[in-house]
Design a protein around this ligand. Sequence first.
Ligand code: PHE
Length: 442
Amino acid sequence: MAVVAAAAGSAVGLGNIWRFPYELGQYGGAAFLILYVLFVVLLGAPIMLSEFAIGRLGQSDASGSFRKIDPRGKWWLIGVMGVVSAFLIMGFYSVVSGWTFEYIYQAFTNQFAGKDATTLASNFTEFSSDTVRPLLWTVIFMIIAASIILLGVKDGIERSTKFLMPLLLVIIIALGIRSVTLPGGIDGLRFLFQPDFSKINSSVILSAMGQAFFSLSLGMGCMITYGSYISKKNKLGHTVAEVTLLDTLVAVLAAVAIFPAAFSQGINPGQGPELVFITLPNVFSNLPGGQFWAILFFILLSVAALTSIISLMEVVVAYVTEEFKLKRVPATIGVVLAVLVFSTLSSLSFGVWREVHVFGMTFFDLFDNVTSKVLMPLGGLFIALFAGWVMPAKLLKREISNEGRLKLRFFNFYLMLIRYVAPLGILLVLLNQLGLGKWLGV
Ligand code: PHE
């Protein structure tokens, strides 16, 4: 049971409440939402099931599990790529996690009260462009995450996820109700649910796919690592259904809380990474008992971020301890120190290094885009190929059906998804983005 909660804790995080709404806002609203849900169902769910199966069968880290199943092949390299992804993701995720700490502090000191959207926006810019303060929060955040990893408090994660996740849902729903009933809020709902298909282009499609991988923690070995901890009695298919549904629910509810409020306050929905940090404080400042809700919300958001970053750290720590026989303590400390180098680059992207660009992007955007739009989809592609074509179907079926004890109604459908739909789908989306579609005349 603990691991199921941990998988949900990994999936539900800043990806749902911070990244999903701002991507959706930038890429045109409802059309993005529809694509996103399609990717979650057709690619996300079957790839998650494959990762769980690979991990539980291989009984090793993200890379070692491939080697255990296919000792001769080079598939273990997928795991190495996953470890690299985990690093890069932590490199920007830790910064946004740090922001949630600042906002807990601001909520405690009642700094949202009576401020309008413009003031809240400039406050955010002032804070995020500072050199020291955001980094300090990031360091504190990483130390807490590392301590949890080192104390091995799986129970702690389980308990906090089981108790805090429902609470988070309740708050988001309450915020959603407040947001929808704000004057002009209905326009936000229209933006969210009334699709304008003319807004779809290759980057919208790629972003929706990347967001599906990111939000479900897929394509980088996280669910393989957690899969190796899942009990042989667990019904993997059920776990996938639960995690996927919960993750999608939280994302959609977060969007319902954010867009009506943004429209009501005249905030541009395509604002970018600061969207949630500007919109929701404004809702709190208009809510009876707003300070209380704000404190609670940002605490829960940071806990959600914590359980996600722990899963990222676990990918790297499990890999170095198992593959290089390092002890857990030095491994964890080493990982944190290395990540902080990337965090520094990301954090300064909002301030003094705003103008430093690599491939036309700031470090923050680079780490974000390279992982969600390149590495994770590629990882997912290879994981699907491995599960669909390298692992004998019988072996895969035996693992997912718990040695034949479970009746699997959807196995053939699942097999079709990972053999054909997922690999071809991912490939087409990537090629389409590269403009190859045009060359081929499709
Ligand atoms: N899924 C997490 C979120 O939505 C982020 C994450 C990505 C965690 C990859 C682990 C691995 O916040």
